[in-house]
Design a protein around this ligand. Structure first.
Ligand code: TMP
Length: 237
């Protein structure tokens, strides 16, 4: 692990100061949490896999000119990233009904949405990340109208690109969560945090095999083995 100064420790990652101004090091832990950390387990190998998958997916974003915080992978568990001020929102894009939307709105799991649905959640563990709307976000100053428009546009573009990427390997991108930040160097908006099977729902189009954290959330099998299969399907290893 880097000897740089620890700045922040989250549930699945640790952030250290970076080697240069306006950079940070993001370290992927093996810790798995669900339901706001009510459920917790250390799953050996998860951090290394998520580092690889997030690197791969962020590079796809870069190749498609979608600004993001990723600079380069520097070790099995570490990435050099642009330092950002994180916007306190979890932006969820849904293609197919699963998870919390089914409970909240009584929708049948598996319903295919005509158009992707975007939801915002306020990142606040004490409040259990409550769902919020545009008015809350603008009124409380978490973002403004212009930036929020960009966030939605980028989120839908990420969805189009990743959905297509996964369809090519017969995997369905059910939903995913993005976080955004503003780079400390120039205040520009970027996709931050990680994009990994911890923050997506993914399943095989044909046999419905799952490749995401629902395996841990609902005790559906061996998460690390499933993530390894995803690495192979994506051609990363
Ligand atoms: P949800 O159905 O539980 O609201 O989750 C929607 C998507 O967001 C799913 O792909 C998992 C991801 N997610 C996170 O990345 N972090 C979270 O804290 C939660 C609740 C969901």
């Amino acid at each position: 692990m880097t000897t740089q100064k620890k700045i922040y420790e989250g549930k699945a990652k640790i952030i250290f100061s970076g080697p240069r101004e306006n950079t940070l090091i993001q370290y992927f832990k093996d810790d798995a949490t669900a339901f706001n950390a009510k459920k917790f387990k250390v799953l050996a190998g998860k951090g290394e896999i998520n580092n690889l998958i997030s690197e791969y997916l962020m590079q796809i974003l870069s190749n498609n000119k979608i600004p993001n915080h990723f600079i380069k992978k520097i070790s099995n568990r570490e990435q050099l990233i642009h330092q950002c001020k994180i916007i306190p929102l979890e932006v969820v894009v849904r293609n197919i009904a699963a998870g919390s939307i089914c409970k909240r709105l009584g929708i049948k799991e598996g319903k295919i949405f005509k158009d992707p649905i975007i939801e915002f959640y306020y990142k606040n563990d004490e409040l259990n990340d409550p769902i919020v709307n545009n008015s809350h976000i603008i009124s409380f100053g978490w973002s403004d109208k212009e930036e929020l428009f960009k966030i939605k546009k980028i989120s839908l573009k990420v969805n189009r690109i990743l959905k297509k990427k996964f369809e090519k390997i017969s995997i369905s991108l059910i939903d995913f969560k993005l976080e955004f930040g503003r780079k400390t160097s120039d205040d520009s908006l970027v996709v931050a945090d990680e994009i990994s099977p911890d923050s997506c729902r993914l399943c095989d189009v044909n046999n419905k095999e799952k490749f995401d954290k629902d395996i841990f959330r609902y005790d559906k099998g061996n998460l690390v083995e499933a993530y390894k299969k995803l690495l192979i399907r994506l051609g990363i290893i």
